[in-house]
Write a protein that binds this ligand. Structure first.
Ligand SMILES: [Zn+2]
Length: 200
């Protein structure tokens, strides 16, 4: 897939500049930047940050459009336990967990593997969990135009777990709905029941 290829071809100029900056960060953290284990770290970190933010180069709607099909199926389509790995834009530390996504088709369905790829495209950039949740919802709603979309994300944030409060088991849950999931409490309850037990 062309969208993924990009990530393995690192921008030479960006890698060079990022490496110089990471070298400064290591120095200012009190590290001996000439020691064996660290000497190549600036370049590795420069490539890692480019990979972890490459979602900004992807148009998630294009992923959906690449596999949309006419179909009269009008029941809920649910994909549970999609792995999410993202970076908190406030601390540049990871947050990670699971996304559960449902939609009710309105004449069109999408290849099931495309939904996790949409999650990835929005997660591989500097994020907050709240925006990640609504961006996924809006992308599916606007591209597929279904009767409704439901997105729930449960995630642990290393900025909470490693610093300050250190509540080791706290999980943040966010949700966003459109259409049938907003207006019809029975539909929403069915969705919640199908993904419950997944809640902590
Ligand atoms: Zn944070």
């Amino acid at each position: 897939m062309s969208n993924y290829k990009r990530t393995e071809e690192y921008n030479t100029e960006a890698t060079k500049k990022l490496s110089e900056n990471y070298r400064q960060i290591l120095k200012l953290s009190g590290e001996d930047i000439e020691r064996e284990g660290i000497i190549k770290t600036p370049e590795r970190a420069a490539k890692a940050i480019q990979y972890l933010t490459h979602g900004t180069c992807i148009n998630p709607a294009d992923i959906l459009r690449s596999a949309m099909f006419h179909e009269e199926y009008k029941q809920m389509v649910l994909i549970k336990d999609i792995e999410v790995y993202s970076l908190c834009e406030h601390h540049l530390l990871p947050f990670f967990g699971k996304a559960h996504i449902a939609y009710i088709p309105n004449g069109k369905i999408v290849g099931l593997s495309k939904i996790p790829r949409v999650v990835d495209a929005f997660a591989r950039r500097l994020q907050v969990q709240e925006r990640l949740t609504t961006q996924i919802r809006d992308c599916i709603q606007e591209t597929l135009n279904p009767m409704g979309v439901a997105v729930v994300i449960e995630a642990k944030h290393l900025c909470m777990l490693m610093r300050g409060v250190q509540k080791q088991n706290s999980v943040a849950t966010t949700s966003a709905f459109t259409g049938e999931f907003l207006e019809n409490s029975k539909t929403r309850a069915e969705f919640i029941q199908l993904v419950s037990g997944k809640f902590h």
